[in-house]
Design a binder for this molecule. Structure first.
Ligand SMILES: [Zn+2]
Length: 614
């Protein structure tokens, strides 16, 4: 019973005193969907396991044309005849689940969990009281394991999973537990261990799904999946899992989770987001455990370093001297080339560690804002300023050479363009003031470290004097810029941040740059913190900061970041504002290549008694 033991030990353990409150099921969000199926999946470059060859020859009845020509080297699974009974559907998705487990077994994606403990506020409802952050790499091989970027004291696997077991009355969150729901059951997902009951059809985004309730068979072992599955009706892949594990070991507790997959490569739906939530704030409930957590997985197709993928791809570009008169470099030019080399090394290394998004759409927006600041301040730099998105949640900016980096989490919570300009202006000031001229990273040996040691090997913090000077310069830039009339919004954002700073220590702990706040005190751009009206939670038109996840969506396969397109949702109470808060995931599912056209359903679905599709 190896699997059940693993699940057992991977449980998030709490003392028995944390009375088992029934978690609410994840609710439909009132907020913009956090993420969406990105449709820009790039060709996968790495070799992949061969498709499952046990399948019968493709049958014409399956709408194979639904997928664009596969550009990826990961071959999609063979198409199968359309099932005619629900039994056949169950067999198909069980087989597809095993195909997914096999396809991902050589992958080590990045996994991030951000968790907020909640306490009840009479006006705002459940609000964060403290938070926790985990970042690591998932090993999806034999079992599911993870390795953390954020070092704690060395622990054995056993200790890491059982660390909090004896600590009565204190919940210990084990990051592994939040990653566990990438699969329903890593090794025993089959008819011997589970009963499957068809419920209905339902659309998730553009994708029509068959919904099944799953219950472990009696005596099938502890820690089995209990909940609901959504299976898309063309390839019969699981696209969403919602439930928990059961039965829990004595004195411990399995959290409830809602796990989403995206169709990022032809034929496969890849685990991407997991939302977890516990807690009941209704009257009379003695709450011991209440939290919300978002787990994001990305970096499935991380290159093993360098710009070229494989040795076989070596291609010698014709190198030409681009300078007009082929002069030797002056000392100053040599210095600049040297700094450029350091900057490029860092950007490449952070990208290959799965921490930076490749250059893309979001950068165009960021660069436009930087450009607005530069033009109105007559800033003319010898090298252009570039921007990149750090893929993680903690609120962070830093700059290396002329590259400004801003975290996805920070872009998410900023309420408007003026606030974005404000955080970027601080880094632009570092560049203009010559604070970024360090070039130790021009030596390539300094880039040779394992991905999970990134935070130990790279760092771009400035001394306090430089921070003060950069803030001063940034305010000058802003006052000359098109954002000069909107600095009240920046002031409001800083006030909102100050209001939550003491309870969001993990979100405000930076890993590469200087923090926006320390010890519960916001210190970034303090000259603007008194600007604008007082913060008033009751004013519904005053949006000082947004929830996490509302602006940037990341493609978990190729790490590309793009802006979320959402329609504005009316805020009806102070509880809808949720500044800096974690919300459920509700990605709009769509098929690879954006095929949203309805396709004839398998006969079972067409004959089903209930159709809730809309
Ligand atoms: Zn700084």
């Amino acid at each position: 019973m190896r699997t059940s033991n693993w699940i057992l030990t991977a449980a998030l353990l709490v003392s028995i005193s944390a009375a088992a409150q029934q978690a609410t099921d994840s609710q439909a969000p009132t907020q913009s969907p956090a993420t969406d199926a990105a449709q820009t999946a790039q060709p996968a470059q790495q070799a992949a396991p061969a498709p499952d060859q046990q399948q019968p020859a493709p049958a014409a009845s399956q709408p194979a044309a639904a997928q664009p020509a596969p550009a990826a080297t990961i071959a999609p699974p063979a198409t199968v005849p359309a099932p005619t009974t629900m039994d056949q559907v169950v067999n198909l998705f069980v087989e597809r689940e095993h195909g997914l487990i096999k396809m991902l077994s050589n992958r080590t994606p990045v996994v991030e969990t951000y968790l907020q403990n909640l306490s009840a506020d009479p006006q705002l409802g459940p609000v964060p009281s403290e938070d926790h952050y985990f970042l690591g790499r998932l090993d999806m091989g034999e079992t599911v394991d993870r390795k953390d970027y954020l070092k704690e004291e060395e622990k054995s696997m056993q200790q890491r999973l059982l660390g909090g077991f004896q600590k009565l009355y204190k919940v210990q969150y084990q990051p592994m537990g939040f990653s566990w729901m990438v699969y329903a059951d890593r090794t025993d997902f089959d008819r011997e261990h589970y009963d499957f009951r068809y419920v209905r059809r339902e659309f998730l985004g553009d994708v029509r799904c068959l919904v099944f309730d799953v219950t472990p068979k009696p005596k099938s072992g502890r820690g089995r999946f209990l909940g609901r599955l959504w299976v898309e009706d063309q390839g019969f892949n699981i696209v969403r899992l919602n439930g928990t594990y059961y039965p829990a070991p004595r004195n411990s507790y399995f959290f409830h989770m809602d796990s989403w997959r995206l169709n990022l490569i032809p034929g496969y739906w890849v685990p991407s987001f997991i939302y977890s939530e516990e807690g009941d704030f209704s009257a009379g409930v003695k709450n011991k455990l209440a939290f919300k957590a978002q787990t994001r997985i990305w970096g499935y197709d991380l290159k093993k370093g360098g710009k070229d993928d494989e040795l076989t791809n070596i291609r010698v570009d014709s190198v030409q001297d681009s300078s007009a008169t082929a002069q030797d470099a002056s000392p100053l030019q040599a210095e600049r080339v040297w700094q450029q080399q350091a900057e490029d090394n860092v950007v490449d290394r952070l990208t290959s560690a799965g921490l930076l998004a490749p250059e893309g759409d979001v950068d165009h927006i960021l660069q436009t804002v930087v450009n607005n600041l530069e033009v109105t301040n007559n800033i003319d730099l010898p090298r252009p300023v570039r921007t990149r998105v750090l893929l993680t949640s903690p609120l962070e900016t830093f700059s290396v050479g002329n590259t400004i980096v801003i975290s996805r989490g920070l872009v998410d919570v900023l309420p408007d363009e003026a606030s974005l300009a404000a955080v970027l202006s601080h880094e632009l000031a570092h560049i203009v003031l010559g604070h970024n001229l360090g070039s130790k990273y021009a030596f390539n040996d300094r880039m040779l470290f394992s991905d999970d040691a990134t935070y130990q090997n790279l760092g771009f913090k400035h001394i306090p004097e430089e921070e003060t000077a950069a803030d001063k310069k940034a305010v000058e830039f802003l006052k000359n810029s098109p954002y000069a009339q909107k600095l009240d919004n920046v002031g409001l954002f800083l006030k909102a941040l100050q209001q939550r700073a003491a309870s969001l220590n993990a979100l405000l702990t930076t890993h590469l740059g200087n923090p926006l706040a320390e010890g519960g005190q916001v210190n970034r751009l303090s000259a603007l913190s008194t600007q604008g009206p007082a913060l008033d939670n009751g004013k519904l038109d005053q949006i000082a900061a947004l929830p996490l996840g509302g602006r940037v969506k990341v493609n978990p396969w190729d790490d590309k970041a793009e802006m979320v397109k959402t329609a504005p949702v009316a805020i009806t109470s102070a509880r809808d504002k949720m500044p800096f808060e974690v919300t459920p995931f509700f990605p709009r599912l769509s098929r690879f290549g954006g095929n949203a056209a309805p396709v004839s359903a398998p006969t079972t679905a067409a004959n089903s008694t209930q159709n809730t599709g809309n």
